[in-house]
Design a protein around this ligand. Structure first.
Ligand SMILES: [Zn+2]
Length: 296
């Protein structure tokens, strides 16, 4: 991927050297490190995303849930792993490129794209969606309109998920930006309202459709990058390998040896590949309607 030819963004907020305010959660509930670990363990036991569990503990509804990519496996300890600064430049340029793509698409739709901030953090971070640690993976918080990324996830992508390469990393950013696009278009709010009225499996099914749409929107960005000559041979395969690697079925099988589709919140590998490819091949947001597709 020719990422050095992409424009760097001014919207990267570097909080890598900072400790989060510490245990403060949105609803006023205080949890120390041990409490947070308990939440993560609880969520792993019940196959739920840690932030959903935090939400439950706070007695909150599901309005405005963060859309995060929680690999449902225990996090590997990685404190002190040095992260090369080249990664930061990479993030800034890919983010800048998504701004160019979505700026154009929104203009064509007759409206203006509001570029979100991307927060780089290490280990744990405070957001409008509560305190989150790296175990939840990169996530987008609709409450403060920011993408949160621990660069150590890039290492996981290569070593734990077997998906190396620039384009695989770019896909992760583009997927989170897809959630921001959903938020700006009012889709996230509608989904949150509908999920609040649904039972657990209905709510999970809606989450899957929302995630698959973010994959499709990531593909729309990839299509535009290719059109501008910024992709190399093999990039698309790298991206598809990454979507395959983080399908719920693959993660569940790795984590516990069996798969329960009704607990999926992000979609199977095949579904994620299908929708990412739809965006990549069409470059058309109208093709990303995962909500009316009978079988997403
Ligand atoms: Zn997502």
């Amino acid at each position: 991927m020719r990422w050095r030819d992409m424009r760097g963004s001014d919207n990267v907020e570097d909080r890598e050297g900072e400790a989060p305010a510490g245990g403060r959660l949105g609803g006023g509930l205080k949890l120390g490190g041990a409490g947070l670990i308990a939440v993560v363990v609880l969520s792993l036991l019940f196959g739920q995303n840690p932030l959903d569990v935090l939400d439950m503990l706070q007695g909150g509804g599901v309005a405005e849930p963060p859309t995060r990519e929680a690999p449902q496996t225990a996090p590997a300890p990685r404190r002190g792993v040095p992260v090369p600064d080249e990664n930061k430049e990479f993030v800034s340029r890919v983010l800048g490129d998504t701004e160019d793509t979505w700026g154009r698409i929104f203009r064509e739709l007759g409206t203006q794209y509001r570029a979100p901030q991307l927060v780089l953090f290490r280990d744990a971070v405070d957001s409008a969606c509560g305190l989150a640690n790296s175990a939840v993976g990169p996530f987008y918080c609709p409450g403060d309109d920011k993408v949160y990324l621990d660069l150590a996830f890039f290492q996981d992508l290569r070593s734990r998920f077997g998906a190396p390469g620039d384009f695989a990393r770019a896909y992760v950013i583009a997927h989170e930006i897809g959630h921001h696009v959903q938020n700006q278009l009012g889709i996230s709010e509608k989904v949150a309202q509908q999920r609040a009225r649904s039972g657990q499996s209905g709510s999970n099914a809606l989450s899957v459709r929302q995630e698959l749409q973010a994959d499709c929107l990531a593909g729309v960005w990839g299509h535009d990058a290719a059109r501008r000559g910024l992709l190399d041979a093999g990039d698309v395969e790298q991206g598809l390998a990454a979507t395959t690697a983080i399908g719920d079925d693959r993660l569940q099988r790795q984590a516990r040896g069996y798969v329960t589709p009704e607990s999926f919140t992000h979609g199977s590998s095949a579904q994620r590949v299908r929708w990412f490819r739809t965006g990549l091949e069409s470059g058309d947001v109208r093709q990303c309607d995962t909500f009316t597709a009978r079988q997403p």
